[in-house]
Ligand binder design. Structure first.
Ligand code: ADP
Ligand code: MG
Ligand code: MG
Length: 325
C-alpha cells in the first residue's frame, strides 16, 4: 500500500482517517480511489443506510497556500470551501464535511456506481459523435457555471469526471481550484501535466479560462480517440495532433480550436455554447449503458488491489504547485 509514513499500516491510516464524529454517523465501506492527497471510499449513513462517497483529505498534505478561513467551518482546505458553495447538476454535491485531528472527511452524493471517465474510457466503450457531444456538453455546462462564479477548476481530466448509467456527468475534485480576481494572473500550476497548456508549461503567467479550455480539449480528445493527444512536455509544446482515425469535420474543428497553441485564438466557453457540433441533436434514450460498455466497466467488482494497480500503472499524478519559469 501507499499509506502515509506517519502510519504503520494502511489499516491504521484508515482508522485515523475515519475516527470521530464522521465515524459515529457513517459506516465506511470499500475503496473507490486513492490519490496523493488522500483517498475516496463508499460509505453508508448509519441511521438510514443512504450510500455516499467520502473523500478523506490528510491535513498534512494540504499546502499552506490552500488553507482558507470559512465563516462557518473555520480553517479548511480551499477544496472544501469551493465545493460547499456549489450546486449544479454537473458538479458533485457536497453533503457534509467533518474533521478530526489528522483528516477532513468530505461527504458527497453517490452518483452512478462510482466509475469515473478514465475507467469508462479504459473499458473501450463504443461511442458515436452524438453521444460524445452529449457527454462533453455537460462538462462545458459545469465549467460555465464555475467560471460565472469566478472559480477555476484547473484539473479538468477524465479521472475528475464521474458518470452514471444515463450518461449523466459530474465534475469532481476541486483540489486544484482557485478563485479568479479581476486583473490577477496565476504563476503556479498544480493540475496534471498531460492536461496542461503549452503557454503555461513555457512559464507564462495565465488568467485561467484559456488553460481550462486546453484541458477540456485534451479531455475531448481522450473521449473521442481513447488515448492521450500528448504524452510529454515536448509533445505538448510541439502541439501536433495525430488522430488515429477520421472524425466529422465539425468535431475536428472544435477539437483544433480547443487545442489551439495560441491561447488568444483558443475556443472559449461562449464559443462552445454556440458550437453546432457540441449542441447537435441527440436522443439519449437511444443509448443503453450496458451495450455501450459491453461489460468492460465493472467498478463494483474491482478489488482495492486492482484499483491501486490501475492507479500505479495508468493514472496520472498531480503536479505539486510549481511554476515553470
Ligand atoms: P484526488 O484529489 O486524490 O485526485 P479525487 O477527488 O479526484 O481525489 O478522487 C479520486 C478518485 O475517486 C476519482 O478519480 C474517482 O475515481 C473517485 N471519486 C471521487 N469522488 C467520487 C464520487 N463522488 N463518486 C464516485 N467516485 C468518486
Ligand atoms: Mg482527482
Ligand atoms: Mg485532486
Amino acid at each position: 500500500g501507499r499509506f502515509s509514513p506517519d502510519f504503520a499500516s494502511e489499516q491504521q491510516e484508515d482508522h485515523a482517517a475515519r475516527s470521530g464524529e464522521y465515524d459515529a454517523n457513517y459506516e465506511t465501506l470499500r475503496s473507490l480511489g486513492r490519490g496523493a492527497f488522500g483517498f475516496v471510499k463508499l460509505a453508508s449513513k448509519r441511521d438510514n443506510g443512504t450510500l455516499v462517497v467520502v473523500k478523506f483529505i490528510c491535513k498534512a498534505t494540504v499546502i499552506p497556500e490552500h488553507w482558507v478561513k470559512h465563516e462557518v467551518m473555520g480553517l479548511v482546505p480551499l477544496e472544501i470551501c469551493v465545493l460547499a458553495e456549489l450546486s449544479h447538476p454537473n458538479v458533485v454535491q457536497l453533503l457534509e464535511a467533518y474533521e478530526n485531528v489528522h483528516y477532513f472527511q468530505l461527504v458527497m452524493e453517490k452518483h452512478g456506481d462510482g466509475i469515473d471517465l478514465f475507467t469508462f474510457i479504459e473499458g473501450g466503450p463504443t461511442l458515436d459523435e452524438p453521444l460524445i457531444s452529449y457527454m462533453f456538453r455537460q462538462v462545458v455546462a459545469a465549467l460555465s457555471y464555475l467560471h460565472e462564479l469566478k472559480i477555476l477548476h484547473r484539473d479538468v481530466k477524465d479521472e475528475n469526471i464521474i458518470l452514471d448509467h444515463q450518461f449523466h456527468l459530474k465534475l469532481i475534485d476541486f483540489g486544484s481550484a482557485a478563485y479568479m480576481r479581476e486583473g490577477h494572473l496565476f504563476n503556479t500550476f498544480c493540475g496534471t501535466l498531460e492536461y496542461c497548456s503549452p503557454e503555461v508549461l513555457l512559464g507564462n503567467s495565465y488568467a485561467g479560462p484559456e488553460l481550462e479550455m486546453w484541458s477540456l480539449g485534451v479531455t475531448l480528445y481522450t473521449l473521442v480517440f481513447g488515448e492521450n493527444p500528448f504524452f510529454d512536455v515536448e509533445e505538448i509544446i510541439a502541439g501536433h495532433l495525430k488522430p488515429p482515425c477520421l472524425v466529422s469535420p465539425g468535431l475536428m474543428k472544435t477539437q483544433l480550436r480547443l487545442l489551439h497553441p495560441d491561447p488568444k485564438s483558443r475556443a472559449t466557453l461562449p464559443d462552445l455554447q454556440a458550437d453546432s457540433w457540441v449542441n447537435q441533436p441527440v436522443d439519449i434514450n437511444n443509448y443503453s449503458f450496458s451495450s455501450v460498455v459491453k461489460g468492460g466497466v465493472k467498478a463494483e467488482q474491482q478489488s482495492d488491489d486492482q484499483l491501486s494497480k490501475l492507479s500505479d500503472n495508468f493514472r496520472r499524478q498531480n503536479l505539486f504547485p510549481r511554476s515553470f519559469t
